[in-house]
Design a protein around this ligand. Structure first.
Ligand SMILES: [Fe+2]
Length: 146
């Protein structure tokens, strides 16, 4: 039962990370305004991090003996984060990404509890690191908005 929950939580983390990667890359391409250069680079750093993360999470799912989802349909179904068409100003982009990274921290923290319940140290380690990275992105984006 807990193993099922572990798989389910990992798949959610994968799906949300993947959707957020696409959304962030979309912002990287479409951001406009006086802060263009810094936000263009910040968003690139974020989607590059997510690109590495999705592979690590997907391969962790395989390592625990489960099957990794890998289609947009599955990711959309599993994710509480939506990709979207961009008609936003740069400030609204930051506000929206802050909400998304908060969601990912929430998903990651839930997953840490599940992994600890089945003493899966490798998953715990991976997901604690993901939490730290999302919290760092949150700090940087909040500081940019001030
Ligand atoms: Fe680029």
């Amino acid at each position: 039962m807990s193993q099922n929950k572990l798989e389910e939580n990992l798949k959610q983390l994968l799906a949300e990370s993947y959707v957020l990667m696409l959304k962030t890359q979309n912002y990287h391409w479409n951001v406009k305004g006086i802060n263009f250069q810094s936000l263009h680079i910040m968003f690139e750093n974020q989607y590059a991090d997510l690109f590495t993360a999705v592979d690590e999470i997907a391969e962790r799912i395989q390592s625990i003996g489960a099957c990794t989802p890998g289609t947009f349909q599955e990711f959309q179904k599993l994710s509480t984060i939506d990709s979207e068409n961009v008609s936003k100003g740069s400030k609204e982009m930051l506000v929206s990404l802050i909400e998304d990274h908060k969601k990912l921290v929430k998903t990651a923290k839930k997953l840490v509890q599940t992994a600890q319940a089945v003493t899966d140290d490798a998953t715990t380690d991976l997901v604690v690191t993901r939490t730290q990275v999302h919290e760092k992105h949150l700090w940087m984006m909040k500081s940019t908005l001030e």
